[in-house]
Design a protein around this ligand. Structure first.
Ligand code: ATP
Ligand code: MG
Length: 415
């Protein structure tokens, strides 16, 4: 017996396999298909960045920077951070690669992110996001296009029912500042009754209290001052154009006046797609406009808007997908025909058929095994047949596909 202890996976990471992995892949594939319909370009981004990329742009007081980042010194003594989100890295890339020349840049990416959080259902320390951004666009049309794309993604995933788009505006810098002052006044009066986190946030980042999940804060959030009382004419006009665009494109939304986003950089549009089907982790997609972000990284004023969606949460909503049965099973019913069966299988797969080979184990059991995997066609090779294959259960759709590729079929029986 071995005395070696198997190392365990890191807490908050997942090994995704089986039905969960199929749902995960379906989410990513659907995202890839939909982003092409909207002519968003792909980017592949580094998994780590200099820590300053995140600490400057997200803001030191945000949860992500103050307690969730995986930061470490590399062997050269430089402070690096595993990306906790995509936006900051994309903004950095926009500046360091001169992507200004393509502005507005419509870009998507996806992959793993890392946050030191308390793991639970729908919340992990390594998780995955789909991310879409329009960098260098000041017009509300960019917000609308991103939201319509998000809506279409959820519909094509088949999970739009029961997911609602909650929409808010945070106003421009001026309206946001006036709102902030009013929120500080309001929450100061009840400071002692707020959660410890919110007491700490009160002076520095009072908007974040609105985003709190703590029931002690929630009682006061309901009656907190609303942004609407502080919106200037320009900010109102911007929001009006976003909602008119959504209505024109047939996207349903609801106004959520207390919705703020966790990060400091948001202006104007803020939104979340929320469901009650995932318990406490009900936000599947969130984003907004971040006109101030690129400046925090030392770039010129660059309006931008984007969103990110949690792949694991979307995949949980997708649930089990229909099993993918093979179209064709090729069975070698004798050892002599194994190599022929292998060659034939390769040929069918090259021609675009989903094919499975049964040429191992006891030759007498192979046909039964093939039948159990419920293919539309079984082609059986045995000694007596010589070169002939037999086909069973060939349905009409497949039969028509066979007609296109008849040259590769050495004759089959239609039952
Ligand atoms: P939450 O309020 O749930 O913590 P957030 O505001 O921190 O979310 P964002 O930074 O906006 O989330 O990320 C966008 C999306 O990524 C979320 O809506 C969610 O679907 C997903 N997400 C965020 N953090 C995690 C995590 N730790 N595990 C799994 N998915 C996550
Ligand atoms: Mg969070």
């Amino acid at each position: 017996m071995s005395q070696i202890q198997t190392p365990q996976a890191i807490r908050g990471t997942q090994d995704i396999f089986g039905a969960d992995a199929e749902a995960f892949a379906f989410v990513v594939e659907t995202f890839e298909r939909v982003r092409k319909l909207y002519r968003f370009r792909r980017a592949e981004m580094p998994v780590f960045e200099k820590t300053a990329v995140f600490s400057r742009s997200l803001g030191e007081t945000t949860d992500v920077v103050s307690k969730e980042m995986y930061s470490f010194e590399d062997r050269g003594g430089e402070s690096l951070t595993l990306r906790p989100e995509f936006t900051a890295g994309l903004a950095r890339a926009y500046l360091t690669n001169g992507w200004q020349q393509y502005a507005p840049v419509k870009v998507v990416t996806h992959g793993p992110l890392f946050r030191y959080e308390r793991p639970q259902k729908g919340r992990y320390r390594q998780f995955h996001q789909l991310d879409a951004e329009v960098i260098g666009a000041a017009e509300p049309q960019a917000d609308v296009e991103l939201l319509v794309m998000a809506d279409q993604l959820l519909k094509e995933l088949g999970i739009a029912d029961g997911v609602t788009l909650q929409l808010n505006t945070l106003g421009d810098a001026e309206s946001r500042e006036a709102w902030r002052t009013a929120l500080i006044g309001y929450f100061r009066a009840v400071k002692g009754e707020l959660s410890e986190d919110s007491q700490e946030r009160l002076e520095k980042n009072p908007l974040r209290i609105l985003d709190s999940k703590d029931p002690r804060d929630k009682v006061f959030v309901a009656d907190a001052p609303k942004i609407d009382a502080f919106l200037g004419a320009e900010a109102q006009d911007f929001f009006g154009k976003v909602t008119a665009g959504l209505d024109a494109a047939g996207v349903t939304w609801t106004r959520a006046p207390a919705l703020v986003r966790g990060l400091d950089y948001y202006r104007h549009t803020a939104f979340e797609f929320v469901t009650d089907r995932l318990g406490a982790q009900g936000t599947v997609l969130g984003g907004g406009r971040y006109d101030g972000l690129i400046e925090t990284l030392g770039g010129p004023h660059t309006p931008a808007v984007g969103w990110a969606a949690g792949v694991e949460r979307l995949a949980m909503l997708v649930g089990d997908l229909p099993h993918s049965w093979p179209e064709i099973c090729i069975v070698a019913e004798s050892r002599e025909r194994e190599i022929d069966a292998l060659a034939l299988t390769a040929e069918y797969r090259r021609a675009g058929f989903i094919a499975e080979l049964f040429a191992s184990g006891s030759p007498r059991k192979r046909f039964d095994k093939a039948q159990k995997s419920q293919p539309q066609v079984i082609i059986s090779l045995d000694q007596r047949d010589g070169h002939k294959g037999n086909a069973f259960k060939c349905d009409r759709a497949l039969y028509e596909r066979f007609a296109d590729a008849q040259s590769i079929f050495h004759g089959f029986v239609d039952r």
